[in-house]
Design a protein around this ligand. Structure first.
Ligand SMILES: NC(=O)C1=CN([C@@H]2O[C@H](COP(=O)(O)OP(=O)(O)OC[C@H]3O[C@@H](n4cnc5c(N)ncnc54)[C@H](OP(=O)(O)O)[C@@H]3O)[C@@H](O)[C@H]2O)C=CC1
Ligand SMILES: O=C(O)[C@@H]1CCC=N1
Length: 267
């Protein structure tokens, strides 16, 4: 996810690549790969000069958050902002592991950041000042659309947009497979499916009609679309999408709860 954001950011005018420093836990090869691919700085954790950093963007797995915050804690000053992309980790949880009144902002981008087409949510913590919230919004807009939302809506946003690209890739897998089974060349089937999804998304963005009106416009009485939609309905199409979003949102909520559990040693 960090690479997707970096890729989008360096293609925008907002930041110059040299303003971005990437660091990780141990994989030096990966740091070098990112450094040369995007022209950014790469530094091992022990070489970071914390005092020169304005925004820390955390993009590790949620299970690693507490140890990362505890290790950052002694190096922070009150003017630095912690931006987290971690699913399910609340701003209050992060604040509880940081110096009092530390600026925290939670964001939820998606992997389409890679090409500047993310839908990203921003939920400020209790002590994030307005200028840092708007700076974060500009940063997120450097790789797509960004929306400031209430943190209570972060789980459902994650279900729709954070995880959302995967639903469409899954849909594409099925479209491609159906094309192949009917004798189409695989690449052609993929390209047709992608253009169809792109066109439908652009129609919603660029025209006044609602998705319902657009669907009705495609559907001739007793025609092919009606047959397709009936089959989709029969196999639970709409309900399946709704269940996918709710399932992801519910997992996000569950991850927030898990983060609050005290750590238990296992062997
Ligand atoms: N993938 C997606 O579509 C989205 C993911 N997210 C969130 O992004 C986060 C990352 O996901 P993803 O990119 O898939 O994960 P990856 O496993 O691909 O990347 C995690 C990165 O975190 C680094 N890391 C781990 N521990 C530390 C540490 N202690 N200090 C510094 N760096 C560390 C790892 O470095 P090393 O290899 O050296 O251990 C690795 O580079 C997750 O929290 C996820 O919820 C949010 C939105 C969308
Ligand atoms: O699957 C995940 O947990 C992450 C968060 C949103 C997308 N990927």
């Amino acid at each position: 996810m960090a690479e997707a954001m970096i890729s989008g950011m360096v293609q925008s005018d907002l930041v110059t690549p040299s303003q971005i420093i990437v660091s990780n836990r141990s994989n030096t090869n990966r740091l070098n790969e990112l450094k040369y691919k995007y022209g950014i700085q790469a530094q091992k954790r022990e070489d970071l000069d914390f005092a020169t950093i304005d925004l820390f963007v955390l993009a590790m797995k949620p299970k690693d958050i507490d140890s990362v915050l505890e290790s950052l804690r002694p190096h922070l000053n009150p003017h630095q902002t912690i931006i987290s992309v971690l699913a399910g980790i609340t701003t209050s949880h992060m604040e509880s592991h940081l110096p009092e009144k530390q600026q925290v902002i939670r964001v939820m981008p998606n992997t389409s950041s890679m090409i500047g087409e993310s839908a990203t949510a921003i939920a400020p913590g209790a002590h994030a000042p307005k200028d840092r919230i708007y700076l974060t919004k500009s940063l997120m807009e450097s790789f797509g659309e960004a929306y400031i939302i209430d943190e209570a809506h972060m789980d459902i946003f994650t279900g729709i947009a954070g995880s959302g690209p995967a639903y469409f890739y899954n849909l594409m897998e099925h479209m491609e497979q159906a094309g192949i089974e009917a004798g189409l060349d695989g690449e052609l089937a993929r390209s047709i499916g992608a253009q169809t999804i792109l066109g439908a998304a652009k129609m919603i963005q660029e025209r006044e009609e609602t998705p319902t009106e657009l669907r009705e416009n495609v559907t001739s009485p007793n025609g092919t679309t009606a047959a397709g939609l009936n089959a989709l309905d029969l196999h639970g199409g709409g309900k399946a999408v709704s269940a996918a979003i709710k399932g992801a949102a519910s997992r996000s909520k569950e991850m927030s709860k898990q983060a609050e559990q005290p750590l238990v040693a296992t062997n």
